[in-house]
Design a protein around this ligand. Sequence first.
Ligand code: PMP
Length: 325
Amino acid sequence: MIIKSFFDSIEPSKLDACAEGVAWLQGKLTPLRDAKISIMTHAFLYGTAVHEGIRGYRGDDERQVFIFRLNEHCDRLRRNCRVLRIDLPPAERVAEAIIDVVRANQIHSDCYIRAVAYKSGLQIGLRLSKVDDLAIFALPQDRFHATPKPLSVCISSWRRVQDNAIPPRAKINGAYVNSVLAMTDAAENGFDDAVLLSEDGHVSEGTGMNLFLRRNGRVITPPCYENILEGITRDTIIHLLDEELGISVESRPIDRTELYAADEVFFSGTGMEVVSVGAVDRRPVGDGTHELAERVRALYFDVARGKSERYAKWLAPVHAARKST
Ligand code: PMP
């Protein structure tokens, strides 16, 4: 059974169709319903896996799907595998496998792809073994926030995991318990999401997204040493702000109360895309306008949907181009 609440934006009628899909496991395409692992798997017992969430966007040609920044995702996965000493096939092979999965599922709409490199040995005992595998699945999906209402967020009472505990940079599955606790408490307290602070009290990031703020004409984002995931969307936005709007993003520690004083706050991430924050700890952000986030969002979708030739290098087409008649 696929738990509906996790895939909020998938209509219930489509869930069974997802279960009929095709996944990648043990080096080959396999029906999703048969893509299973043992309860003795090390990654299940100890969270020893790293993952990527990746999006595909339907282009103007209704049949084409572009996977956004596929090479960068495969590259990050490969680097993160080093932390857990996971032996991954070469990045090009992983990229091919991801495209194969989307193609095999005949997805011609926006989609979400999850790639997980994990310790696949059946092993009780903590020491990392040399037995690894790669799992991939893809789901057709509308945007998480189809009409993105500005979010009401809280500062979580949970602190962000640190580089010397479980490195957030490495996107390790077990580390996501940190985000799960923050998100669940936020939701149960009536917020849409949460912002986590580092142990020293600086703003780190959201539960599954990076954070930007605009204040006194400057755009600021927490630096890599604030225990953030070095987001690919964050990098995209820094590029687009610089190249398209001539705004150079400042990367520096941010105090909690700078969020209360900000003119604008927004999140970025593969899942969230670009979403404004309307209130932090029940304090409305700025004057309630989200001009910069809206410009960034529009730019982001133009690029992701293949409308900007300049950024075609960031798009991996899934399906063969139609022959022009
Ligand atoms: N921070 C965290 C904790 C995340 O899980 C994500 C989503 N992968 C992000 C930031 C955003 O990263 P990206 O833009 O690469 O999706």
